[in-house]
Write a new protein. Sequence first.
Lengths: 293, 642
Amino acid sequence: MAWYDEDSWATAAFAPKGSTIAITFLLAVLLPILLHQFIYRKATPTTLPCFLLIGPSGAGKTAFLTLTERKAVAQTHTSTAPSAIEVLLPEDHTPQSSHYRSPGDPAYERSRRFLLNDTPGHGKLRHFATTQLANPTNVRGIIFVLDAATVAEEAGLNETAEYLHDVLLALQKRYTGATTSKGPKEIPVLIAANKMDLFTALPPHLVTQQLEKAISEVRKSRAKGLKDSGAALSGEEEGLDEEREWLGEGGEGSFEFGQMEEVGTSVTVHGGHVIRGDGADVRSWYEWIASHL
Amino acid sequence: MLDTFEVLTTSGVVLWSRRYSPVGPHIINSLIRDVFIEERVQPQAEDAGSKPTYRKEGYTLKWTTAKDLGLIFVAVYQSLVHMTWIDKLLDNIRALFIGLYGEQLKTKHSSVVNCDKFAPYFERQIQDLEGQSDSGFSAPGTKLTPPSSADNESADEFDPKIPPLQKQHKPQHDTSADSTPVPTPDTSRPTTPAQSHLLTGRAGPGAKLSRRGKKKAAALTSAPASSGDEASVKRKGKGSAKKNRVWGDFGAEEEDPSMVLDYSQSDLRDEAPEGEALAEVNPESWGSRTGKGQFVLKDLDLEMDQIIAEQNAKKETSTSAVSGGGLVGSSLGAIGGLFRNVVGGKTLTEEDLAKPLKGMEDHLLKKNVAREAAVRLCDSVKRDLVGLKTSSFTTVEATLRTSMEKALAKILTPTSSLDLLREIQTVNASGRPYVLSIVGVNGVGKSTNLSKIAFFLLQNHHRVLIAAADTFRSGAVEQLRVHVRNLQELSKREGGQVDLFEKGYGKDAANIAADAVTHAAKTNFNVVLIDTAGRRHNDQRLMSSLEKFGKLAKPDKILMVGEALVGSDSVAQARNFNQSFGPGRGLDGFIISKCDTVGDMVGTLVSMVHATGIPVVFLGVGQHYADLRGLNVGSVCRLLMS
Ligand SMILES: Nc1nc2c(ncn2[C@@H]2O[C@H](COP(=O)(O)OP(=O)(O)OP(=O)(O)O)[C@@H](O)[C@H]2O)c(=O)[nH]1
Ligand SMILES: [Mg+2]
């Protein structure tokens, strides 16, 4: 039976038969739908964008997390485990990516959803944060929460600056160690100076100033400090670990947050407070999140 | 006299709390820090019969955890108060909470648990348990002679602060006070207006009544003693009558409370004498004996018992499932267990872990970790893992390994930063030289490591004075002199300035050290390094002189040198030296010397940190002045696990 025979498939396909019409009709209707479904599924990310909450213990990370999740602060204690919580950007902020979407659009609603990853800030538990930093998947930004009142004191300032230094250095290493020529996706940092409600708190511009100064100090003393035991103990040839990396422009002079731009990290400082009698003021933090969502 | 009860998650969010009097958040924070994170305070094992306790600022904290859900249940109460039923409360509340909200807790990416309705359950538990313990107490309470005045005072002191509900529990501790024949306050109480502000809410009168009930019981047995008390005479008269009626006399004002009262009373009657467990109490009796409106409560009790029983049963099956029932069951279980061991998703029990843990312990011992430290690490890992599900495609061994790595990293990571240069800067800024002294047993390399530190400081252009406070061993001063000469030679190249301060032999070391510090301040040295005589850590006489040394020289930092080679002795060494400086002062850090000679057997680090909770600051890795290193926690952990 050749294809040009009377009852061959080719003839049947062009004949005015009921089945042919039905098939054609179904194809015409279903194909776009399937195609749409397929592309739609592909395009929408299966994982939510996420923001990392990092900072020394007692800064108010968990407090901010609960505020964002339930619009009211829950009581918190020192965290011992990280947690990832799905939250919605508050109504009065529009995510950067959905500026032209109308509020009714389901994609708009979806774009306001993100994950907040809280990490414990205690000195012994920072590995939770550093492992996430070493391999940030879907991390849109890092929110470094600090207590603006403890930063007013020497000890608190040093601890905070050291942690921030390590975070920034990790980001820089990630950038300089990248294999692609384009460099990895930028990860901006928000320094959220919390507890502005306390009268001992430093205002944001002073926080910036003090932190920059303290980070310069940290960098200086790290440069002078002893090498660590890594290579010596594992019996490797010394000198392999010689090339240490310095934060900022070669680690010379004084450090400024602006220097981080070069390695794809913009640093912004905003003040706010999660708790006070008459409610929280974290608008500027949400704005920052919105602009990176 | 529970002050606070909290249910919180490991991620730090308080899910539910009940506070009777304000307790600062720092109390629970320090529990979390000291016990869970830094493990500075060792909780007793749970099978010691009771839950572990932790004390802070006059409070006692007891807790229990639900590991798989990441929950911590904490009860806080005043240390002065002796509470016997807290353990039971913690267990019951855990069972209840998990039973009621277990599903909600498992939702991903959410910290919200809707547990507003938990309060009634909690209240009922408290009432039940208090009721039980009350009845248990009443008998001995009656035999009590009047308590010491101190006791009375402390009880009274808390009185006004104690919120209504606690009142209910008061009898337990007040019995003694109340059963004393002091008529005035007792008799006046029912009529004083004060009661209205003291005893507010529905629980108030209940409390009052149960107190009375207690007293009645007291009156029954110790009648003569309280015969002067008008009220107790009256009660005595009715003593044999139905308790309900007695209560009616006093609690008639409100209906609700009398009901509450009845409950605890029925507990008292039904349970205590038979010594039944809570779960076994026949709920019917509660329902039938009380008057109108109790059905709600009855339902609650029924539900509560059910949940608790369910949870207990679940726990039992999960443990018995492992041991397996019957031949087929056990072999099937074994196969399933094996399969899950490979694929993951296996709930770990103590038996599963026993063997791999033993292996892990041996491994650590081979790495020169002291037995004590190895056992503790294994225990902490076990505590971490029992009740946990292995994640997919990980074996028990792999899970154990990662957990052990984590435990090692946690124990070795210092709590705060150890930047020596920064500290020197801060101290110098206050206008005095920075004083660092080094202690240790004989022959571990104190002088060598001191010189290494001096070299490091010279590189950073500090002016260093080395004080020879080893006036005991012959040749010690000369040895230091050689070092100083070498360092002076090097300092020409490296910068800085170094000199030796010595007073020969036989003098008192503490005085020499103090002199060195004053000398340094005068002659513009900004760091003083003090070498001390080596001493056996179990030599009482020499060790005791360290206290004086600490007081006179006032070192900013005291480092102890320990040899990497030393085995199980390390724990005792570290501990004794840490305690030798008297109360309020201890070691600030360790220098582990001769690390280059032990290869991967760096267990001494872990043993010393384990014994004291004090971090390792430096590692000596060779013969040269430059062979001093900071600690790299990651690499040490890798070496230990390799
Ligand atoms: N006054 C004031 N207190 C705050 C503010 N934000 C948080 N706090 C308090 O700070 C304490 C610590 O807050 P957490 O959120 O638990 O701290 P954290 O950063 O999560 O700390 P870790 O979990 O230990 O890393 C809590 O007692 C909060 O009540 C604020 O804006 N103002
Ligand atoms: Mg937290």
